[in-house]
Structures are given as C-alpha cells and as structure tokens.
Design a protein around this ligand. Structure first.
Ligand code: SF4
Length: 363
C-alpha cells in the first residue's frame, strides 16, 4: 500500500493497524512513557493516545512544572463533531497541566481544502470557538487566532518556503494542488508560532492531533531543524486513534452524514443515527446472551470510550455486561442516547454564554 494513502491529512482513508504505523513512520509508542504522565486523562488511560513524536521533552516540562506550549486548532468547515471533540479534550487537558495555550482557526486551510471563502467561515469559527470554551478552554490564558489574520504565521510560511522543494512536499503529501502545499506551509507557521520571541522564545511545544496529521508534524520538525537562527525546539506531537464511522463505514466523513453527528445537531437526528449505528452485537438476542457482545468492534462502545463515559469504573461495567451477554444492544443504545443528549444539552447551555466572547476574540 502507498504509505501516503494511510497518512493523509486531507483524506478519509481507513487506518487499521496502529502498530504498523508506529513501525513504518518511526512514531514512538506512547505506552513507554505513559507510566510517567501525571494525572493522565481518559484518552491516555485508554490508549486512544497511542503514539508520539518527541514528547519526552514536553513530559519532562509537565513533571517539573516548567514552561511548555500546546497548540491545536480547527478547520472552520462545519460544527464541532466527534473527531474534533477528541482534540478538544486534549488541548483543554494540556492547558490544565500548565501549557501556554494556542488555538488556531485554520480558515486558510478551509479555503484551500474545502473551497470555503475566508469571510464565509467566520461565523463557523465563532461557533467552533464557543464550543472549545464551553468544553473548558480558559480563553484568558490562551491565544486564539485566525490563520488569515495572523501575519506572523504567514510571514513564517513565506520565509520557510525557501527551505522546501517541490520534491520534499511530494514525498510527504503526494502530488497535490498548490493551494494545499501553501496551507501546509501555513500550518508549519502555526506550529512554530508559539516559539517566537513575541511569545517568550523557544520552548518545548506539543501538538495533539489525530495520527493522519503526522505529515505536517514531520515537515515542521524538519524545517525547525533547518532554520537554526530561531533555535526552535523541534515541536512534539501526540497522536490519537481515529473513530470509525457510526454506520460501519471506515471513517467518519462529512460526505457520509450517517457516519457521525455534530454537537449542533437536532436530537432526533442524533437519536436516529445512534439507533442505526453498527455495533459489536451478535446475530440474535439468544446468541448474544450466550456468547456476549464484542465491544472492541462496536461503535457505541467507542462513543462511550472516546467521549461520553469518563469514569473508568463505569466503562468497565458496561464492558463486562457486554461481554457477559448481560446487556443487549438495543438497551445499550438507549443508554448511549440518554448520555449523549444529556451531555449535548448541558454543553449547549454553557456554549450560549460564550458566543459573544468568541466573536470578540476572533474580531
Ligand atoms: S451491548 Fe453495547 S457495547 Fe456491547 S456490542 Fe451491543 S451496543 Fe456494543
């Protein structure tokens, strides 16, 4: 298989074998450093965060309570969905661990990848920022910006372009429209922005992302080493697993609305998608009672594991009930619906209070 096909930041390819990725791309196994991570969040505890690049330096800063940065972002091409929620938990947690926090609205990428004009993505960006604030990001201790209006990011992209050839970009991303290469260079600017003197100079920096974003991290680490005058610390990344599509498709995709739901979605629509979701259930109730369900193949279990059951004991209980055949999928789905709609209702109440603040920040 063409390697680029399994690590494509703009694609929707299935990633099946995380161990293979670790080997193939020289990603480090997170399990080796997990025991040293103080107060690991649920994504780390459950091995959803499975890999990293250069994260030991950041971990050291966390342990010693020294300076480090965290940067993540969102492409304002639609409302917050289950995928963006994973990254959101991570950035909020790194901020709580003491990281200087940067949150980027990737509106240039939304234009280059999805053709959404920058002026049209503004209201989506406001909505996205209100979401992340409602999820716990402290905006008073964060720098939240749009790529299109952060001149330092664009300046860095222009400067770093002198260190990059078409062959390098082709080797990392394959042959692409030039706009996507430009947006990749702008992301390099984003990732290195926290280390400029304006923000206190070089410091360990972590980018928590889905593993499909690894090409951007590899490119940025190369450039950080090449432009010695800045003394950049090569940025680190943590990599999380990607959720499968609810409907049994390989990956959640905007092109396939039954494969995911958003936090803005109508409760009836969410209910319907969950009721139709692909599970690890057996062919009949009798068989499931006898053999038990298969949570490792189940999208409902993934919903619990990634987002909607944060208590490990509660998750373990569902797991046991499932594999023992004590609970059937219909009942389990109803529990999931209650939990998810309850979460979204509370979230949206919090979010309302942040809409004006989000607009103010982005102006
Ligand atoms: S009982 Fe729940 S966790 Fe088990 S397979 Fe069915 S839906 Fe999934």
């Amino acid at each position: 298989m063409d390697d680029r096909k399994i690590l494509n930041p703009w694609g929707e390819d299935l990633i099946e074998d995380y161990k293979r990725l670790i080997k193939k791309f020289g990603i480090s196994d997170f399990k080796e450093i997990k025991p040293y991570y103080p107060n690991p969040n649920h994504l780390i505890r459950r091995d959803i965060v499975f890999g990293h690049r250069g994260f030991k330096l950041v971990l050291n800063s966390i342990i010693k309570k020294q300076k480090f940065n965290v940067l993540s972002g969102i492409k304002p091409s639609g409302p917050f969905h289950l995928g963006t929620l994973t990254t959101a938990w991570e950035i909020v947690d790194f901020q709580k661990q003491g990281g200087n926090t940067f949150y980027c609205i990737a509106d240039v990428e939304a234009y280059e990848d999805n053709g959404i004009p920058i002026k049209d993505s503004f209201e989506t960006a406001v909505d996205n920022v209100a979401d992340i604030l409602a999820l716990g990001l402290d905006y008073k201790k964060a720098y939240i910006y749009r790529q299109s209006s952060e001149y330092r990011v664009k300046d860095l992209a222009i400067e770093f372009s002198r260190g990059v050839t078409l062959n390098m970009l082709k080797a990392i991303y394959g042959l692409r429209e030039f706009g996507l290469y430009i947006s990749a260079m702008i992301q390099v600017g984003d990732i290195l922005l926290p280390q400029l003197e304006d923000f206190g100079g070089p410091a360990p920096t972590v980018i928590p992302v889905g593993v499909d974003q690894d090409p951007h991290i590899r490119l940025t680490r190369d450039i950080a080493k090449k432009f010695k005058k800045y003394n950049f610390v090569p940025p680190a990344a943590t990599y999380h697993k990607l959720m499968r599509g609810l409907d049994g498709s390989d990956k959640m995709s905007k092109r396939n609305p039954m494969s995911y739901f958003t936090l803005n979605e109508d409760p009836q629509s969410i209910r319907k998608k969950i009721m139709n979701a692909f599970t690890g259930g057996r062919n009949s109730a009798a068989e499931q009672r006898e053999l038990g369900g298969q949570p490792h193949r189940c999208n409902i279990y993934d919903l619990y594991k990634f987002h909607f059951i944060l208590d490990d004991n509660e998750l373990k209980k569902i797991y046991q009930e499932c594999i023992n055949g004590d609970i059937l999928c219909g009942e389990c789905k109803k529990i999931a619906i209650d939990k998810i709609l309850n979460f979204i209702e509370k979230h949206n109440k919090k979010k309302e209070k942040f809409i004006d603040i989000a607009r103010e920040i982005l102006k």
